[in-house]
Design a protein around this ligand. Structure first.
Ligand code: GDP
Length: 298
């Protein structure tokens, strides 16, 4: 994951080894290398600019601490700045104070929402919760069935329109699911919504309608990290069209460059909360900015 970025940054730090202090020229050269590394990783330009400016400023102004040599100091600064652009603190899920916590998933078709819904349900179950999955993607053929198959895999019930009952209307299904959750004492409801292949006004309106009907505690935008900077355009469109509280990055296992992962927080102002990194139901975890930064700099 993010191998090129890791390699490039490591090579940059190597050039600084053995230096007693950093000259202005060293700092400039390092900043240039970091800039190239981030651009090659497909990080968005405004993010690259802010990142490099922050590293430069700190490299110039920070007292060289006794314990670290200049090369180590630069590694520390880059690490801190990576943690910062990845969101700083881990953002935990907020649970409702009373009644079921409602989590709504939004994103393009193929982003990995349906898979993610089941992964999240399994993770919640492991936290001692009793989730209910709700199939509100009534557009894509097989989406309901796919959620049911995934629900079965993780042992979590799925609320869906009765087969043969027409396609139903996703807002009514979403509303009814909350009643069902209350009746059956589910403490978390995960609502999977319909996506399209591209950003589309009708899809946004439907997601906004579901949002208004169920008043989610958390709206999570699910995005395929492998699509790079396109993820940022989609993220902005969903921010305008539906709004969301946090981001879930999927397919990190196939994301060689890392551009979306490193840019999305800065571009949207929303924290990455979870990451999915494979097709297995357990390939899922809370997103920890510090751990991700360490992996990049490992
Ligand atoms: P949806 O249209 O947003 O509901 O997307 P799906 O959940 O159907 O996922 C689309 C495809 O991506 C499926 O083939 C999934 O198995 C695959 N997928 C989902 N998450 C991941 C992931 O984290 N890694 C990989 N490699 N594939 C994933």
């Amino acid at each position: 994951m993010f191998a090129t970025l890791s390699d490039r940054l490591t090579a940059t730090f190597k050039n600084l080894r053995g230096k007693g202090r950093l000259s202005e020229a060293d700092i400039d050269a390092t900043a240039r290398e970091i800039r190239i590394a981030l651009l090659e990783a497909d990080v968005a330009l405004p993010v690259v600019k802010d990142f490099v400016a922050a590293v430069k400023e700190r490299a110039r102004s920070e007292e060289v601490s006794g314990a670290l040599n200049p090369a180590q100091q630069v590694v520390k600064i880059v690490n801190d700045e990576l943690v910062a652009i990845l969101g700083g603190e881990t953002r935990r899920l907020r649970y409702a104070k009373s009644g079921p916590t409602v989590i709504m998933l939004a994103g393009l078709q193929g982003a990995g929402k349906t898979t993610l819904a089941a992964k999240l349900a399994l993770w919640l179950k492991e936290q001692g919760k009793t989730p209910l999955l709700v199939a509100c993607d009534l557009q894509r053929p097989n989406a309901v069935q796919q959620l049911q198959v995934n629900g079965e895999k993780v042992g979590v019930p799925v609320f869906a329109p009765e087969p043969g009952n027409g396609t139903g209307d996703p807002v009514s299904v979403a509303k009814a699911s909350i009643e069902e959750a209350k009746r059956r004492l589910h403490d978390v409801v995960i609502v999977d919504t319909a996506g399209r292949l591209g950003v589309d006004a009708e899809m946004m309106a439907q997601a906004a309608g579901i949002r208004d009907a169920v008043q989610p505690d958390e709206v999570l935008f699910v995005v395929d990290a492998m699509i790079g900077q396109d993820a940022l355009i989609t993220a902005q469109a969903f921010l305008d069209g539906v709004g969301y509280d946090g981001v879930v990055l999927t397919k990190l296992d196939g994301d060689a460059r890392g551009g979306a992962a490193l840019s999305i927080r800065h571009v949207t102002g929303r924290p990455v909360m979870f990451a999915s990194s494979g097709e297995k139901m357990t390939d899922f975890d809370v997103f920890h900015p510090d751990r991700m930064a360490s992996r990049i700099l490992d």
